[in-house]
Design a protein around this ligand. Structure first.
Ligand SMILES: Cc1cc2nc3c(=O)[nH]c(=O)nc-3n(C[C@H](O)[C@H](O)[C@H](O)COP(=O)(O)OP(=O)(O)OC[C@H]3O[C@@H](n4cnc5c(N)ncnc54)[C@H](O)[C@@H]3O)c2cc1C
Length: 407
């Protein structure tokens, strides 16, 4: 079976590795960028994503650069602790949670694809533009950065080309509009001291302004600051819009705590980025004939709850499982969509309410000095979210593996 994957992001590369592990050898990844660089900043890999990477033989690789997150602490805008709960192994999971640099994870996946499938499996400088299906064959037209065209044929096409997916546009015969919730996320990573034991992720603030900080390497702190968008949003879905750290530091000038001086951390950061939050409405279908969608292309979500990369990784594993075990590609794509589409739509929907509704309820309680009720509300929301996203401790620890060998 000839399988083409559009996009060498975390989803596309994990799909290539999962398909290879399941016994598929004719897998080609098309990536728009000429060179795959270490772009992005920190991302979090909760235990449900780490389990899949571990089962792909990448556990040690991720452990070599990831920081095993031990705690998630919520702190109100006056600097008072609301709640701290254990994460990863400390929370009873069989797999750790890691905080990593997105680029390092992408590089690990890319190197594994090259080792296992060969250097010829990844074609860079190939931006997919058009998709046509004829008699069960998918014809894919791509173009390089100079505009030189190339053509590919596949029995299955996987669109893993991110939030502004060209495959999704082709399958739907038009763009699915990106939505914004009116918030902008600013992010970067800079040198900073260890705090709260050195393996903590903290969320500081309220429904008006929030900052998330966690280490992604020795002495390197990843930070995100979220506040309402000022003025026009501009282009949505672009992860690489630079902004001056000095401009961002001013938003959090008052958050100079004993354990961490957040404005100083932001000022020490070399490169900061702004990202007006964007998602898409849950799609009514992912599969059209022999082409399907995966990761952000299928379900771009607001970046709350550490689930953008995780859900892409799980998509990849479930897709490979069904392609290896179902009697036909058609049956496999139907089973993949049945297992994943509605489940991930619930996570997309939950992420839409997390910024405003949940933070307002919790912050109202914290402002009224009722930290016990605020902590209980956070614990309730977290538990519900873990169930929705497939990583409550019992379910994850006990469910069977998606690892499979093709019959
Ligand atoms: C440059 C970049 C920086 C990011 N930074 C962060 C971050 O700091 N924090 C965070 O939480 N999330 C970040 N993300 C998003 C995060 O990686 C995804 O939400 C998540 O990992 C799901 O991954 P994905 O593989 O579905 O999509 P993505 O990670 O977006 O990967 C999609 C890939 O497809 C390629 N592509 C796009 N269009 C085409 C096309 N037409 N043909 C072929 N290839 C194409 C892209 O170059 C990219 O490599 C970033 C994404 C990108 C692309």
């Amino acid at each position: 079976m000839r399988i083409v994957i559009a996009g060498a992001g975390i989803g596309g590369l994990t799909a290539a590795l999962s398909l290879h592990a399941a016994g598929f050898t004719d897998v080609t990844v098309l990536e728009a960028a000429r060179k795959i660089q270490q772009l992005g900043v920190g991302i979090n890999l909760p235990p449900h994503a780490v389990r899949e990477l571990d089962e792909l033989g990448l556990g040690e690789g991720v452990a070599s650069f990831g920081i095993p997150t031990a705690e998630l602490a919520y702190i109100d805008s006056a600097g008072q602790l609301i709640n701290a709960e254990a994460r990863g192994l400390d929370a009873g999971y069989r797999w750790p949670q890691y905080s990593v640099h997105r680029g390092k994870l992408q590089e690990l996946l890319l190197n594994a694809v090259i080792d296992r499938l060969g250097a010829g499996a990844v074609h860079t400088g190939r931006r997919v533009q058009h998709v046509i299906q004829e008699n069960g064959t998918v014809r894919i037209a791509a173009v390089d950065p100079e505009g030189v065209p190339s053509a590919y044929e596949a029995d299955v096409l996987v669109g893993a080309d991110g939030i502004r997916s060209a495959v999704r546009t082709a399958l739907y015969q038009g763009g699915q509009p990106l939505a914004t919730n009116g918030w902008t996320m600013f992010r970067g990573a800079g040198p900073g001291p260890a705090f709260r034991g050195g393996r903590s992720m903290v969320i500081v603030g309220d429904e008006h302004l929030r900052c998330v900080v966690y280490p992604i390497g020795p002495g390197i702190l990843n930070w995100l600051i979220v506040r309402p968008t000022e003025g026009a949003t501009g282009e949505l879905g672009n992860w690489n819009r630079p902004i001056s750290p000095e401009v961002v530091a001013k938003y959090v000038e008052h958050w100079d705590f004993e354990w961490l001086d957040i404005p100083a951390l932001v000022r020490r950061t070399e490169a900061a980025y702004e990202y007006p939050m964007a998602d898409i409405d849950p799609l009514p279908r992912w599969t059209f004939g022999a082409a399907t969608l995966l990761g952000d292309a299928a379900h771009a979500m607001y970046p709350f709850g550490s689930n953008g990369a995780s859900q892409a990784i799980i998509d990849a594993r479930v897709l490979a499982y069904h392609l290896a075990t179902q009697p036909s590609a058609e049956a496999a794509l139907a089973a993949y969509e049945r297992d994943r589409r509605e489940a991930v739509a619930a996570v997309q929907q939950a992420n839409r309410t997390m910024a405003g509704d949940v933070m307002k309820r919790v912050s109202d309680l914290a402002r009224a000095r009722d930290h016990a009720s605020a902590a209980a509300e956070l614990a309730r929301v977290e538990q519900r979210y873990r169930q929705l996203a497939g990583f409550d401790v019992k379910t994850l620890n006990e469910r069977p593996s998606w690892s499979v060998t093709r019959a």
